[in-house]
Ligand binder design. Structure first.
Ligand SMILES: NC(=O)c1ccc[n+]([C@@H]2O[C@H](COP(=O)([O-])OP(=O)(O)OC[C@H]3O[C@@H](n4cnc5c(N)ncnc54)[C@H](OP(=O)(O)O)[C@@H]3O)[C@@H](O)[C@H]2O)c1
Length: 270
């Protein structure tokens, strides 16, 4: 059955190939990016490749939380039922470290933006018979510093990226508990996959991007994963394909998750 799917950050890398995979199976796919011309170009490329005309665009710079909220308002009206949300947009290296509100762009794009977007459109996601949310985590996970999260202190790009990914994973586990009707899975798609992010950050890659695309597609659609809400899939484990494995211990510490979400909500109220 055809599903309605949003893939954030699908103008490049894993997200773009994931949007293509969904389009090949005749689903309705929303391509999201920060640059309208790039979104339009990806849509026409995928339409040409797949002949799927049910392709649409969403534009918002995720380093700007007002833009994310505006996009969410548009989605609430335009897409009444969302079957699958892939929170994929992410950034590691960035020329501008802080956004206009003084927050680290990695924290904003990788954690705060998906948090704001997802929470704002939850009712539309819950209209689906079997909704799924896939959150793109990473092998890089480090304890979240309040000072870094709220923009009071800066840390290295490695550390801030890892903090943003653990924050996303902690929230992912909490969301699974809070919304039992939604299947919420966090995934490390595999380390150093062949994308702009990995090549810019490390000057090399270990595996093709398709390794990550295949597991995201399966986690989002396969019956095999329908009872795995609240888990973390680690695609660095195993031989060709990973398995569910423990995330960073902080993702299982209820008191730390509560603190993280309190700080997050306070920050977003300001
Ligand atoms: N590659 C890996 O080895 C690896 C490993 C673990 C986890 N991941 C995660 O997988 C996800 C996809 O990464 P990737 O490797 O495919 O990276 P990528 O090729 O750099 O693609 C990132 C996507 O996010 C978008 N994006 C970046 N900043 C944005 C912003 N401010 N607003 C809106 N969209 C923005 C990019 O848009 P533009 O096209 O405009 O740049 C692009 O579409 C990320 O969450 C990443 O952390 C990747």
């Amino acid at each position: 059955m055809s599903k309605t799917i949003i893939v954030t950050g699908s103008t490049d890398g894993i997200g773009k190939l994931t949007a293509l995979s969904f389009a090949e199976k005749e689903h309705t796919v929303y391509v999201h990016g920060r640059n309208k011309a790039k979104v339009d170009a990806v849509i026409s490329e995928i339409k040409t490749k797949t002949n799927n005309q049910n392709m649409h665009g969403l534009v918002a710079d995720f380093s700007d939380l007002e833009a994310v909220s505006k996009l969410a308002e548009q989605i609430k009206v335009d897409i009444p039922k969302i079957d699958i949300l892939i929170n994929n947009a992410g950034i590691f290296k960035t020329k501008e470290v802080q956004n206009k509100n003084g927050l680290d762009i990695r924290m904003v794009v990788n954690y705060l933006a998906p948090y704001v977007l997802t929470n704002a459109i939850l009712e539309n996601i819950k209209q689906s018979e079997a909704p799924r949310i896939i959150n793109l985590s990473s092998a890089a996970q480090a304890p979240v510093s309040e000072a870094v999260l709220i923009g009071k202190e800066q840390d290295s790009e490695n550390s801030t990226y890892a903090q943003s990914k653990l924050a996303l994973t902690m929230w992912s586990f909490n969301l699974a508990k809070q919304e039992p009707s939604i299947n919420v899975i966090a995934v490390n798609p595999g380390s150093l996959l062949n994308t702009k992010m990995a090549n810019e950050a490390y000057g090399q890659h270990w595996s093709p991007a398709e390794k990550g695309v295949n597991i995201i597609y399966d986690l989002a659609t396969s019956d095999a994963y329908k009872n795995d809400s609240g888990k973390y899939f680690d695609n660095d484990k195993g031989d060709s394909k990973g398995y569910f494995a423990p995330a960073h211990p902080d993702a299982y510490a209820d008191s730390k998750i509560e603190i993280l979400l309190n700080i997050t909500n306070r920050l977003l109220e300001d």
